[in-house]
Design a protein around this ligand. Structure first.
Ligand SMILES: Cc1cc2nc3c(=O)[nH]c(=O)nc-3n(C[C@H](O)[C@H](O)[C@H](O)COP(=O)(O)O)c2cc1C
Length: 528
């Protein structure tokens, strides 16, 4: 009995010591001497089983130990609970702040109006990606990934809703007259993400019949002081079958999301306009242009083979396009620009128009030809216009990159040594220096096309080509491309006779908010 009360007292003291207070568990060395000091001989109880019966004093001591331990624990808990509560509210504060920061960051970072895109992201990309092509791939890949997660930048607040910029093109009422031109989305990876940046036209491609690598790298160069570029990509393409598959999947996904189901028929219903959206863009007030070109290895002298190249592409992608663009103006495919002569151009365009007309879709895609800014003699321009009339093509994109090396801006500016070297690279030059020539060329095409078909014009496509008075035939549509970077320039291009002002290099240097900014500037121009 005496033995068991001693054991109980020990266990009590051990339990008391074992109470899970942080002080006790963290600092045993500081606690043990205290116990020894307070209860001399306590260690004996634990080791000596045959100890004499505990006296009253010992029992009291044991009780005291338990009480003391309980008090200590209560004190510790009293301190710990507010500390824990403090930690809890701090944690909540941090979590809320983090969530708010992420939300504000998301709203700001995904708004095309945010100046960080132009003044932060663009310089950062240039710094991190000295090779302009790497920067291009990174940009497209990231935009694609962000779009998949709904985190892509977009135009907020529907600025086009007031209709101030709306314009009619090919019978469609477009939300605005701004476009993104070919080459930025070469493989149709991000047409929807590009539409969300604000343009009414997105041109994807150019695509070629067979996949081709293009020229060896490096093949894209920056001239930062000029906000210009030189590229000799050479129409690198994954091929028309690839592009058709990507565009088809896009329509299938759209059809499913719009409640048309997943059958083959659903795709056709969307393409036939049952969703009340243009079959290419799938967005009201916007149009998707798909650019086609020939393979580099198709011989320049074999016009039949060249026609087959273009028709092959059209047969694959036309179903998914609102506008088909025939590229005969890239400076980086040898012999391509020679196809702008009247006879070959008429033959190619006639074949393309014929193929576009046979697309299985209620509305057929319109066809445009993209011409070079370098073939600009009166003879060359009238030859192209003649081919346009004879083939029944609906419009012209004026123009493309130039083989010329324009004067620096501002006048008299001397390029840094590095850029003077870059200027010697082979390839097409693009950027603001093209603007004056582009706008002048647009005006010349406008004037010539508005004269109607040349009287000698014989219809190659009897259905499409024209032998009527100019007033009876639809006006040929012009899109301007070359050096447009501001709303004032877009306005000038429209005034010169274009229906749409397209941009590429301006977006590279201005960032993903460029279209929104240019439209805002254009609105101001229109109210002047
Ligand atoms: C890197 C790069 C790639 C291009 N790729 C194509 C292309 O595949 N097809 C095409 O017709 N134009 C292509 N272009 C030309 C542009 O679409 C545009 O017509 C030209 O750059 C002039 O406009 P900008 O001064 O606004 O850039 C490319 C331009 C650049 C800078």
């Amino acid at each position: 009995m005496a033995c068991s009360s001693a054991a109980m007292a020990w266990r009590a003291s051990v339990r008391a010591r074992a109470l899970p207070t942080s002080r006790w568990t963290q600092r045993p060395a500081t606690i043990l001497p205290k116990r020894v000091e307070r209860y001399p001989g306590a260690s004996r109880y634990a080791s000596e089983s045959a100890a004499p019966a505990p006296t009253e004093a010992v029992k009291e001591t044991a009780k005291d130990t338990v009480k003391e331990a309980a008090k200590e624990t209560a004190k510790e808990n009293a301190k710990e609970i507010p500390r824990k509560a403090g930690r809890g509210s701090r944690k909540a504060l941090y979590t809320t702040s983090l969530a708010l920061t992420l939300l504000v960051g998301y709203i700001y970072g995904t708004d095309t109006r945010a100046s960080i895109h132009r003044y932060g992201i663009v310089p950062l990309i240039r710094l991190l990606y000295p090779d302009a092509e790497d920067a291009h791939h990174m940009g497209v890949d990231n935009l694609k990934m962000l779009y998949q997660f709904g985190l892509h930048p977009r135009e907020r607040g529907e600025p086009d809703r007031d209709g101030a910029l709306s314009t009619e093109v090919f019978g469609y009422n477009l939300s605005n007259p701004i476009g993104i031109s070919a080459g930025l989305d070469k493989h149709a990876d991000v047409p929807d993400a590009l539409f969300d940046l604000g343009p009414a036209i997105v041109e994807v491609g150019g695509t070629t019949p067979l996949p081709q690598d293009g020229n060896p790298k490096p093949r894209v160069f920056r001239l930062p002081s000029q906000h210009a570029m030189i590229n000799r990509y050479g129409l690198n393409s994954k091929g028309a079958d690839h592009m058709a598959a990507v565009l088809k999947q896009r329509v299938v996904d759209f059809a499913y999301a719009a409640g048309f189901g997943q059958q083959e028929l659903s795709e056709q219903r969307v393409l036939d306009g049952e969703a009340n959206v243009p079959p290419g863009s799938l967005v009201p007030g916007k149009l998707l242009a798909v650019q086609v070109a020939k393979n580099k290895l198709t011989p320049d002298s074999d016009i039949e083979a060249i026609k087959r190249d273009y028709v092959y592409c059209v047969d694959r992608v036309a179903r998914y396009a609102d506008i088909l663009v025939v590229n005969v103006s890239s400076p980086n495919t040898p012999g391509l620009r020679d196809l702008q002569a009247v006879a070959p151009l008429t033959a190619i365009l006639t074949a393309v128009v014929g193929s576009a007309k046979s697309v299985e879709r209620k509305t057929k895609p319109y066809v445009m030809v993209k011409v070079s800014p370098d073939e600009d003699s009166t003879e060359q321009i009238s030859g192209i216009c003649e081919a346009v009339w004879r083939s029944g093509v609906d419009g012209v994109i004026v123009g493309n990159t130039t083989n010329r090396r324009p004067d620096a801006i501002p006048k008299g500016f001397v390029l840094p040594e590095e850029e003077q070297k870059t200027l010697k690279e082979t390839g097409g030059y693009s950027g603001p220096q093209l603007f004056d020539r582009s706008v002048a060329l647009v005006a010349r095409y406008r004037a010539l096309l508005d004269q109607g078909p040349p009287s000698s014009t014989e219809s190659e496509n009897s259905e499409n080509a024209v032998a009527k008075a100019p007033s009876d035939v639809p006006r040929k549509v012009i899109f301007a491309s070359g050096g447009i970077t501001t709303g004032q320039q877009a306005h000038a291009a429209l005034q010169a006779g274009a229906s749409v002002a397209m941009m590429y290099t301006g977006v590279v240097y201005g960032g993903i908010g460029t279209v929104t900014r240019v439209k805002q500037e254009l609105r101001k121009e229109l109210t002047k």
